[in-house]
Design a binder for this molecule. Structure first.
Ligand SMILES: [Zn+2]
Length: 455
């Protein structure tokens, strides 16, 4: 009798377990070296060049099979493998984001208090503030000085910074507060020093300024033109006695960046339609800004590609290309966590280890603010995955009246592109140490590759 029942299945199976385990090795390395969106950008560019991609700035025309990349302001890239069909017939896009929640330094960060020196921070993206205290933090970014731009990275096996928390013995008042109020934004100050430059008068801040000046040539005013980001200095590792999971910082959404990147780097035959791997910034703060998906950069890239492919460019060709394109919005999903069962609707949740997650819509309370993918498009994606033995699952983000969240899908949909959210489910999303399943990582890669080849 034909099986009429749908049951999602666990992705671990004897025959692919080795492939699943092997694939996670490169991913962990990528996570460890991509601690900021700028570092991620640098790694992606290096990997693209190594795989034969050429920077678009040095090209005037394109042909099927060409591998080309566009970059934007050191934070945002598009990799393209030119397909057999003209661009106007549409492209296959996978978009993910390289930014992740963190603590940014304020424009005037440095101050001294209690015989110590601190940096003031303004957190970036949705964090649970208490999770950022009492853990080792690194600091990385760029300072634009009168003598040029200086890259800074502080934090390794020997040295780190941290945010302090109150000892439990004195925390009676703090412990009565909600988790939202227990640590306030203005308490997320990075401890950076405690030696005075003058034992009589103090001048603790002076010591840190002297070190910064000696090591990097920077003055206090230079912080005003700086982007310095504090991130958890926690190496990614295998989790579990069976080593089935990956623990690491910034998996939202570098897990989808890495898998969609590997998929396009390893495309071995010329795809029918042009494949585009789009890596953006600013998703965690609403996608605004010139390196977020709401910027013109993406549309400009399509226009540039069309201009490189045909002799008489017209704006209408760009519009038609967008309308004929398909997109996977590759962002992370919430994996069911039995410790917080009350927040999930079990029948429509994603689970760790059940493969790549197709999320038809996100939004909150009545599908507010979401792009709800069409039945036809979800059907097409499902068929591509099934034909290519990609193990996948589906789910919503939490309960109807409790859940919520948004991805870049809606902005692609506004360009009249067919789009559905499709990514990897995480435990502890947005925490300093997030958890993913190696099986899901592997099937994300396989699913994304199948999409580039067949959508
Ligand atoms: Zn995300």
């Amino acid at each position: 009798m034909e099986n009429l029942v749908y049951n999602s299945k666990n992705a671990w199976s004897e025959e692919s377990n080795d492939k699943i385990m092997d694939f996670s090795i490169g991913y962990k390395e990528f996570l460890n070296s991509s601690v900021t969106e700028r570092k991620c950008f640098q790694n992606v560019e290096k990997m693209a060049i190594a795989a034969g991609f050429v920077c678009a700035e040095s090209m005037s025309s394109i042909n099927p099979g060409d591998k080309v990349y566009f970059k934007n302001k050191n934070k945002n890239l598009v990799l393209a493998v030119i397909g057999e069909k003209p661009l106007v017939e549409g492209t296959n896009i996978i978009i993910s984001h390289m930014d992740t929640p963190r603590l940014d330094l304020k424009p005037i960060p440095l101050y001294e208090d209690g015989d110590m020196t601190f940096f003031k921070t303004h957190y970036y993206g949705g964090i649970k503030k208490y999770q950022w205290t009492a853990i080792p933090l690194g600091l990385s970014g760029i300072v634009s000085t009168k003598n040029g731009d200086v890259e800074i990275t502080i934090g390794d096996d020997e040295i780190c910074l941290c945010v302090t928390d109150l000892l439990p013995h004195l925390a009676t008042e703090q412990m009565k507060k909600t988790m939202m109020e227990g640590i306030e934004g203005e308490k997320l100050n990075l401890l950076v020093g405690s030696i005075p430059s003058d034992c009589e008068t103090g001048k603790f801040k002076q010591t840190i300024l002297e070190i910064l000046n000696k090591n990097y040539g920077i003055y206090e005013e230079d912080f005003i033109s700086a982007e310095l980001e504090a991130y958890p200095l926690l190496k990614s590792r295998d989790i579990g006695l069976d080593k089935s999971m990956v623990g690491g910082f910034g998996q939202d959404d570098r897990i989808c960046s890495y898998t969609s990147l590997q998929a396009i780097l390893e495309l071995d035959k010329i795809p029918e339609k042009t494949a585009l791997c789009v890596l953006v910034d600013k998703e965690e703060t609403g996608s605004s800004g010139n390196t977020g998906i709401k910027s013109m950069f993406f549309e400009n890239t399509i226009a540039e590609l069309i201009n490189m492919q045909c002799d008489n460019y017209s704006d209408l060709l760009t519009r038609r290309c967008l309308s004929n394109s398909s997109c996977l919005s590759a962002d992370v999903a919430a994996a069911y966590d039995p410790s917080f069962d009350y927040a999930y609707e079990r029948k429509n949740s994603c689970y760790l280890g059940k493969g790549l997650a197709i999320i038809k819509y996100t939004g909150s309370r009545g599908k507010g603010g979401t792009s709800d993918a069409s039945a036809e498009f979800v059907g097409k994606i499902r068929r591509i995955f099934n034909n290519n033995n990609v193990i996948w699952q589906t789910g919503e983000l939490g309960k109807v009246d409790g859940g919520g969240g948004g991805t870049v899908a809606q902005y692609l949909a506004n360009l009249n592109i067919e789009v559905v959210d499709c990514g990897v489910a995480l435990l502890s999303m947005h925490a300093p140490y997030e958890v993913s399943s190696k099986a899901d990582i592997y099937y994300a890669y396989k699913g994304y590759k199948a999409f580039y080849e067949e959508a």
